[in-house]
Design a protein around this ligand. Structure first.
Ligand SMILES: C[S@@+](CC[C@H](N)C(=O)[O-])C[C@H]1O[C@@H](n2cnc3c(N)ncnc32)[C@H](O)[C@@H]1O
Length: 198
């Protein structure tokens, strides 16, 4: 059984050692490396944490709830193994502009739908998700529903990352969670960020 504290330490070690990921395809949406640094320094350091988490755990399937403009998906995709899959879901109100250069990447699937709808998950086999990233409306009620619907999808040793664990009433969910977990505090996002063992 993986220790979440050990995993978090390894990820942070990687963050110290690895340079900012860069991919030529990002030039269309991020004209230069310095622009990318702006994205990350603009309170989005959890993008780098997710990138290092994927690099460390080499997940076969990543499920993201909350695509928005695709920033977090982009950074996970950059570290995803060639045989990996990233499924990202959203209501579809925003254009995932950061993912435009990756639209033909066979590892990426964008799904439009409501994460509170059980039907959204029906094509995803039970036990197949190695990494779940939850980042939708940041309320205890919604994250509780999302976890109720998605936990059966998690494979053995699966990891869940959550953004904004200290926003709104999200602490009610986080504090009640009995799982092995690490609260990364406010270092990666001012609204909090954490990981737990599924
Ligand atoms: C904070 S943004 C996601 C940011 C993205 N993960 C990132 O870090 O770049 C939250 C997204 O969740 C989506 N969302 C909120 N409620 C949702 C729901 N019930 N079903 C699907 N998506 C939802 C919103 O449309 C929004 O795009």
């Amino acid at each position: 059984m993986i220790s979440i504290t050990d995993l978090d330490s390894r990820v942070k070690q990687r963050l110290q050692e690895s340079p900012l990921p860069w991919d030529e395809r990002m030039r269309r949406c991020a004209p230069s490396e310095s622009y990318l640094q702006t994205i990350v320094s603009n309170d989005q350091a959890y993008y780098l944490y997710l990138n290092a988490l994927v690099a460390d755990t080499c997940p076969r399937t990543v499920l993201e709830l909350g695509t928005c403009q695709g920033g977090s998906a982009l950074f996970m995709l950059l570290a995803l193994p060639a045989a990996g899959k990233l499924i990202s879901c959203d209501l579809g109100q925003h254009q995932p502009v950061y993912l435009e250069p990756f639209r033909s990447d066979s590892r990426l699937t964008l799904m439009i739908g409501d994460t509170r709808d059980p039907g959204l998950y029906k094509e995803i086999p039970s036990g197949s998700v190695d990494l779940l990233f939850i980042d939708t409306d940041h309320t205890c009620a919604q994250v509780t529903k999302e976890w109720e619907l998605s936990r059966r999808l998690m494979g053995p040793g699966g990891i869940v990352a959550m953004d904004d664990i200290h926003m709104n009433d999200m602490g009610l969910f986080w504090n009640a969670l009995p799982n092995d977990k690490v609260d990364a505090g406010h270092r990666f996002h001012h609204t909090g960020f954490g990981i737990f063992a599924a």
